[in-house]
Design a protein around this ligand. Structure first.
Ligand code: SF4
Length: 396
């Protein structure tokens, strides 16, 4: 039997080998130039520490909650995507923002930071499968169909933070707003105050959960626009009748949780509180005890009484870290199988060392720079989000 390893060829769905290859069909980028330290190098922690100390305030490292511990230990601040973009904007003294997250997050940081700051993504292949599910041409094509049907004038687009800058720009151009998982309800109420329909992108689950569980709309008020089918798989009548048109996108991590997971964990751990992220499917969220954004999940566990039991439906790196931080509470993972965000996990210690040492050596890699026109239109949508009213009232 041959022992030669044959490298798999790249397909639109494949994850590329570490620091190698090109995936032009996704928002992910190209290979990392230069020498990547070996993951087995036992000096990686010392190397990252030394490079970071040498660079001092010139670099500011942002660590998303779903990052590995080996990366998080070097973060100057941790948070969800929006908090990190704001922290980047609040750090004008740092020449380089190293975003340990995924591509769309670095784009948002670039849009919100000044022109003399550079945002770097340690691995350009760290994309987001959900953001990849809505391309600019697909979204433009959907809007053109809405215009032909005469319903575009009745629609406000709402785009989740987890989207490319181009889709945020589409939203800005068409009178819409960005939302996060914390303020999706406010964004929807704001939209319905102005028009009769919402076009929610790219996460169908967050859109449906917000419309049904927060605003009291029915499941029938929501239709799914399938970008692979003519007229999104809908009829002119169904699109005209719908209150919310949901883009057919989802998070590959949160979409894995099932209603059966909730049933199983309740049997195994009587008295458990099930706490899930709103990117989970409607059948999961509607059976959970609590629903909240990543920041809300952390806050809930911080404030939970000692001895309480929790099953958490979000990314595993965060859940494991929370279980270590709060040993007085019983914190378990909602799914039985391991569920990391595979693209987020591409940012590892070798990539962080590689990018830090390169800066120290005046070689600047992996700069995320959003086209000026796209950035300015996306900023319009981001600014609308920042201006959303603080309180909301349910729809009639
Ligand atoms: S957890 Fe889901 S939404 Fe977040 S970066 Fe990963 S794939 Fe994208």
């Amino acid at each position: 039997m041959s022992t030669n390893f044959i490298e798999p060829s790249n397909t639109p769905l494949s994850l590329l080998l570490r620091a190698k290859g090109t995936d032009l069909l996704s928002e992910r980028g190209v290979s990392c130039p230069g020498e990547m330290p070996a993951a087995s190098d036992t000096d990686l922690v010392a190397r990252a520490t030394a490079a970071k100390a040498k660079l001092g305030k010139r670099v500011f490292i942002l660590g998303h909650h779903y990052q590995r511990d080996e990366v998080i230990q070097f973060a100057d601040v941790t948070g969800d995507s929006f908090k990190l973009a704001q922290k980047a904007a609040d750090s004008p003294d740092s020449e380089f923002i190293i975003f340990c997250g995924v591509h769309f997050m670095a784009e948002s940081a670039d849009i919100l930071t000044s022109d003399n700051q550079k945002v770097l993504l340690p691995d350009l292949q760290a994309g987001c499968s959900m953001a990849d599910m809505a391309s600019e041409s697909q979204v433009d094509a959907a809007w053109a169909e809405f215009e032909k049907l005469g319903i575009a004038k009745d629609i406000i687009p709402i785009t989740y933070m987890n989207s490319t800058a181009a889709i945020k720009a589409f939203t800005g151009r068409n009178g819409g707003t960005i939302c996060t998982s914390s303020n999706a309800e406010r964004a929807m109420v704001w939209a319905f105050d102005q028009k009769s329909k919402v076009f929610f992108l790219p996460d169908q689950h967050l859109g449906r959960n917000t419309a049904v569980l927060e605003l009291g709309l029915s499941l029938e008020d929501c239709v799914v626009w399938d970008q692979t089918k003519p007229l999104g798989g809908q009829t002119p009548q169904s699109l005209k009748a719908a209150k919310v048109i949901l883009w057919k996108g989802h998070c590959s991590v949160h979409g894995r949780f099932t209603a059966q997971n909730v049933i199983d964990v309740r049997k195994e751990l009587p008295g458990v509180n099930v706490l899930v992220h709103p990117e989970c499917k409607h059948e999961v969220v509607s059976q959970a005890d609590f629903v909240g954004s990543t920041e809300k999940i952390i806050e809930t566990l911080q404030n939970a009484p000692a001895g309480s039991k929790w099953a958490i439906g979000t990314e595993l790196n965060l859940v494991r870290r929370l279980a270590q931080q709060f040993p007085d509470k019983h914190i378990t993972y909602l799914d039985k199988t391991i569920c990391y965000c595979s693209t987020m996990n591409r940012i590892d210690l070798p990539h962080l060392v590689w990018i830090l040492e390169a800066i120290a050596d005046n070689r600047i890699h992996n700069v995320i720079s959003v086209d000026k026109k796209i950035a300015s239109e996306a900023k319009v949508a981001l600014d609308r989000m920042l201006a959303l009213p603080a309180t909301t009232a349910p729809l009639d």
